[in-house]
Design a protein around this ligand. Structure first.
Ligand SMILES: O=C[C@H](O)[C@H](O)[C@H](O)COP(=O)(O)O
Length: 223
């Protein structure tokens, strides 16, 4: 019988904890991502909270979950470095470039990840793609730039729609862009980053994951 997606997420969450434990020292801070896979990682990590000092979270959602487990959550301004950042992805390719932000946490995810030495991506096999872009690209924008950034996306070949009823932890809207045919995610990430009003785009290609743990029907594989 096939292993369910939920069970695969659980397996990769456990594998992530096993992967990071040897990297942690008593005074370390763990960077924690956002989403359903990251939630399971937090629950697993909680069993070992005596082995590290604290966490830095990429969303209010993850911060609350960490705190419920009794894990101290630090302001990122008080964290100089972290050995690891662990997070899920909406898509990941063979270069470990990712598309993220389905849950709207992309900006804080990119910031927290930038402080960590390693980005450990955790995902089930449904997230592995040949080319990024089938999943709509989330872009966090300043409120006054929704229309101008959407027009810029259309010039790049995408079709943008505002995410209805959603505001990020930073108080901004998100537009989701469909229709990109992504040949070079690094180049597209750079171009989108340069558009006035863009806070953050969901490509994580300029700084891809250091390692990806992928849960498959045949066990957790390393990419
Ligand atoms: O904003 C959300 C994040 O980028 C998540 O890492 C991504 O959406 C994957 O989430 P999940 O593990 O729930 O599929």
């Amino acid at each position: 019988m096939a292993i369910s997606q939920q069970e695969l997420k659980q397996q990769v969450a456990q594998a992530a904890v096993e992967y990071i434990l040897p990297l942690l020292q008593a005074n370390d801070v763990v960077g924690v991502g956002t989403g359903s896979t990251a939630d399971l990682f937090i629950d697993e990590l909680a069993q070992y909270k005596h082995l590290f000092r604290a966490a830095a979270a990429s969303s209010e959602r993850s911060a609350q979950r960490l705190a419920k487990h009794g894990i101290q959550v630090l302001d990122l301004n008080d964290v100089e470095s972290m050995p690891v950042y662990v997070d899920g992805a909406d898509e990941i390719n063979a270069l470990r470039q990712m598309l993220k932000g389905g849950g709207g946490a992309l900006t804080r995810e990119k910031i927290v990840a930038s402080v960590a030495e390693r980005f450990v991506c955790i995902a089930d096999e449904s997230k592995v793609v040949d080319a990024l872009g089938a999943f709509k690209l989330p872009i966090e924008v300043l409120p006054m730039a929704v229309a101008s950034v959407s027009r810029a996306m259309s010039k790049l070949g995408g079709v943008a729609h505002i995410r209805e009823g959603f505001i990020t932890d930073n108080g901004n809207p998100i537009i989701d862009v469909a229709g990109f045919s992504v040949k070079d995610a690094r180049e597209l990430e750079q171009r989108i980053n340069n558009i006035p009003g863009v806070v953050c785009c969901g490509f994580f290609a300029l700084s891809p994951a250091t390692v990806a743990l992928i849960a498959t029907q045949d066990g957790v594989k390393t990419l």
